[in-house]
Design a protein around this ligand. Structure first.
Ligand SMILES: *Cc1c(COP(=O)(O)O)cnc(C)c1O
Length: 384
């Protein structure tokens, strides 16, 4: 029986041809035509003028924070319900996350919780900086996450950010190709960051990209990514990073970008088939799909209700025995050892949700018959 993986890359001849071209032309490192082409393609797709390709999404988040002036002891408002890389990037910038609960209807940052924290738990210090009451730490940015490939409530978050004078960095790691109410997403945040890790909708093996509108800000991202080099003569004007994407990776990325629409369509079909396959089972509900936004349906799966007759852990084990890879989803970051001391608002929705989520195979390579096998197996398990 063929094993059915959770989320794996889908690469083929177009990627191989581009890689061969890199070899033929001897452009394999961080300079090369595919890097530029990939940057231009991703920027254009999301309505942004500028892009900087980096070696990982985490690095893109890190450089975005640094470029916007986030630094030592600053606080960055972000959800706890995210992949730990969001918080790691903040820590890499010597700052600390300040966790905000999620909206259960979208699994992205709760606008109400964000508003409450800013109104009740921050103040202006003597120099006019926005600081957290109690410890006086500066609040330096807001970092919403586009969970599952669905944009956060960016109208409201943008309004709040302007009111408080805070920059917004969107962790759009898994949201490549998404739109917001029919509009491109680039202009929604100061900087927006994608990941091309192997389990994302398109992959470069490993990689990331920052997009943005502000030419000076984006020049700063690129400068920091290329060791803060100011001339070819080994001159550097600050401590920089070696974070650039290679032409080999971008070669794969360019080929993948050409398939993005087909991949998103397939992800949406997979999600719809699961929704239909479990519609009659009252103990589980589908992942949220806020009607007013778009979603690229990066991951699919189920939310187990209180009346589910099996735990998510046991369901994963049972499916594993059937050769089906199913997994729980993100453990909230405020419950993880490195961030146990980070400031944290009420986590009622985050804590209620995370143990109930079962993610199911959703690779773009998943066949209809494989998906039928998954649906049957899950239905069997849920009936016990
Ligand atoms: C994948 C992911 C990241 C990290 O991206 P890498 O390219 O693996 O560094 C960050 N945030 C979220 C929400 C992600 O899903």
């Amino acid at each position: 029986m063929q094993r059915i993986p959770l989320a794996i890359p889908n690469v083929g001849e177009a990627e191989a041809a581009n890689l061969q071209k890199c070899i033929d032309d001897n452009f394999v490192s961080t300079v090369g035509p595919f890097v530029t082409q990939f940057e231009e393609g991703v920027a254009a797709r999301h309505g942004s003028r500028h892009a900087s390709a980096v070696a990982a999404g985490t690095m893109g988040l890190h450089l975005s924070l640094l470029s916007l002036g986030v630094g030592r002891d600053d606080l960055v408002l972000c959800p706890s319900f995210t992949f730990i890389a969001t918080a790691n990037a903040i820590a890499h910038a010597s700052a600390m996350p300040w966790f905000v609960d999620i909206d259960p209807g979208s699994w992205s940052m709760s606008v109400d919780a964000l508003r409450t924290i800013l109104a009740e738990e921050t103040e202006r210090d003597a120099r006019g900086a926005l600081v957290r009451k109690g410890d006086g730490r500066r609040v330096a940015a807001i970092m919403p996450v586009y969970t599952l490939g669905t944009v956060a409530e960016m109208d409201a978050i943008g309004e709040i950010a302007r009111e408080y004078g805070l920059p917004v960095i969107a962790d759009a790691a898994a949201a490549i190709g998404v739109t917001f109410k029919g509009q491109p997403i680039g202009p929604l945040a100061d900087l927006t960051v994608f990941s091309f890790n192997g389990n994302k909708t398109i992959t470069t093996g490993g990689g990331g990209m920052v997009i943005g509108e502000d030419a000076a800000l984006m020049a700063r991202v690129k400068h920091l990514a290329t060791t803060a080099r100011v001339s070819p003569n080994y001159e550097h004007d600050e401590v920089g990073y070696n974070y650039r994407m290679t032409n080999l990776e971008a070669a794969v990325g360019c080929a993948q970008l050409g398939k993005l629409d087909a991949f998103i369509r397939r992800k949406q079909e997979i999600r719809a088939a699961y929704d239909e396959g479990f519609a009659d089972i009252s103990s589980v509900t589908p992942f949220p799909l806020p009607g007013d936004r778009g979603s690229t349906c990066w991951f699919s799966g189920l939310v187990f209700g209180d009346d589910a007759e099996i735990s998510v852990q046991n369901a994963c084990a049972a499916l594993g025995e059937e050769g089906i890879e199913a997994r729980p989803f993100w453990k909230p970051v405020h419950l993880q050892a490195p961030f146990a001391e980070a400031p944290c608002g009420s986590m009622a929705h985050t804590e209620d949700l995370w143990g109930r989520i079962l993610t199911l195979p959703c690779s773009t390579l998943l066949t209809d018959s494989e998906q039928a096998r998954v649906i049957n197996a899950v239905r069997q398990i849920l009936k016990h």
